[in-house]
Write a protein that binds this ligand. Structure first.
Ligand code: NAD
Length: 379
């Protein structure tokens, strides 16, 4: 199989879909890997390293796309990239097809098979291919590092000859993959951590990381596939009432709450942020999904006129491009192993749960029922 790795073109994207270590293993399994010249530079992976791992380096983008039997990418392809896709090839990348069915239709029109990396089922079997989890882990860690950097205080408690410094108080809202990693990271830095999630099942996980779970007396909002459901109005009001007290006494709030296919819920309205101490920090991991904080400005970090710094930076995983790429790359390797037979030939078994979840287009059609449905409704 000829596996091609293009250079990512979205501004600020530093990750690459395969790293040299994975290339070596794939070449060892008799695949050919072609890497666009410079594709790994943002992740500190040079053409020489890729070459030494057994890849061919291709200077021309057009030639790379023309050679690809399987194209591995991170960001969804833009129009120019879609135009370059080789008919009858397979594309694996983030695609958000439920939010962007037009892309699915355009890819289908090119007769390209799309496996959307973000549609991986959240099951134990799929865990090793789950880029949502690997990248959320990085985002959770990075968010705490950003908070620690922006906070004009220490995180750990220090008892020194120059006095005793109390530990920072960190509140993590949403204890999914990113939130749990944020809790663990903030604890490692010595902060006192509280966390809250609408799915009560995470209470134990939160506590096992040494954080306190904030209990709010509303119905459990665990939905299907382990994801959360949207809350009703009364529950949202109760939630806001309790959270306001915890937010006000926190030095840093890390927000990670998301609901699949919806705008991220607003957990920090402006008046709640106004009651935080001057110098406090909010890091909103959900910024690109609409933001959990009403005052977040997507892609920006700024200090409000009342002294709270709000970080709404995009694409936190890309800021740690080396390990984000290494983890994405490992996910891709496992996915390729899952969809190839013992002779390393691609075989998409549509009765397989993982393939069924991720397969969006095939044979010129949008084949994923939920995506086809949205595509049809949007005309
Ligand atoms: P996510 O990014 O969709 O959401 C982040 C968190 O926000 C979730 O924990 C969610 O419950 C929470 N949330 C939503 N609305 C909220 C609100 N109003 N207030 C507070 N919190 C709110 O979630 P995720 O990190 O992608 O994880 C989703 C699920 O998938 C979890 O149950 C996780 O354990 C599960 N998961 C399973 C596997 C696996 O078994 N392979 C892998 C990864 C994740």
């Amino acid at each position: 199989m000829i596996i091609a790795i293009p250079r990512e073109t979205v501004p600020g994207e530093r990750r690459v879909a395969l790293v040299a270590e994975s290339v070596k293993r794939l070449v060892g399994r008799k695949h050919e890997v072609v890497v666009e010249s410079g594709a790994g530079l943002g992740a500190e992976c040079s053409d020489e390293e890729f070459h030494a791992a057994g890849a061919r380096i291709e200077p021309s983008t057009d030639a790379l796309y023309a050679k690809a039997e399987v194209l591995l990418k991170i960001q969804p392809p833009d129009d120019a990239e879609v135009e370059r896709l080789r008919p009858d090839s397979v594309l694996v990348s983030l695609a958000y097809p439920l939010a962007n069915p037009a892309l699915a239709r355009a890819v289908a029109k090119r007769r390209v098979t799309l496996l959307a990396a973000d549609m991986v089922p959240r099951t134990t079997l799929a865990q090793m291919m789950d880029v949502l989890s690997s990248q959320a882990t990085i985002a959770g860690y990075r968010a705490v590092v950003l908070a620690a950097e922006a906070l004009p205080r220490l995180f750990p408690m220090l008892m020194t000859a120059a006095g005793t410094i109390p530990p920072a108080k960190v509140l993590v809202l949403g204890a999914g993959v990113a939130g749990l990693q944020a809790i663990a990271t903030a604890r490692r830095l010595g902060a006192v951590v509280e966390a809250y999630d609408v799915r009560k099942v995470v209470k134990e996980q939160v506590e096992s990381l040494g954080a306190r779970f904030v209990n709010i007396d509303i119905e459990d909002a665990a939905g299907s596939g382990g994801y959360a459901k949207e809350l009703g109005e009364e529950a949202r009001r109760k939630q806001a009432e309790v959270l306001a007290q915890h937010v006000a006494k926190s030095d840093a709030v890390i927000t990670t709450a998301q609901i699949p296919g919806r705008r991220a819920p607003v957990l920090l309205p402006a008046d709640m942020v106004r009651r935080m101490k001057s110098g406090s920090v909010v890091v909103d991991i959900a910024a690109e999904q609409g933001g959990n904080c009403e005052l977040t400005r997507v892609g920006e970090r700024y200090r409000t006129d009342f002294g709270v710094t709000i970080v709404g930076e995009r694409n936190l995983p890309s800021q740690l491009s080396v390990h984000a790429s290494a983890m994405y790359s490992r996910n891709m390797e496992k996915l390729l192993a899952h969809v190839t037979d013992k002779d390393n030939v691609l075989k998409l078994d549509v009765s397989d749960e993982i393939v069924k979840g991720m397969l969006i287009t095939r044979g010129g059609e949008v084949v994923h029922p939920a995506v086809a449905d949205v595509a049809m409704r949007e005309g």
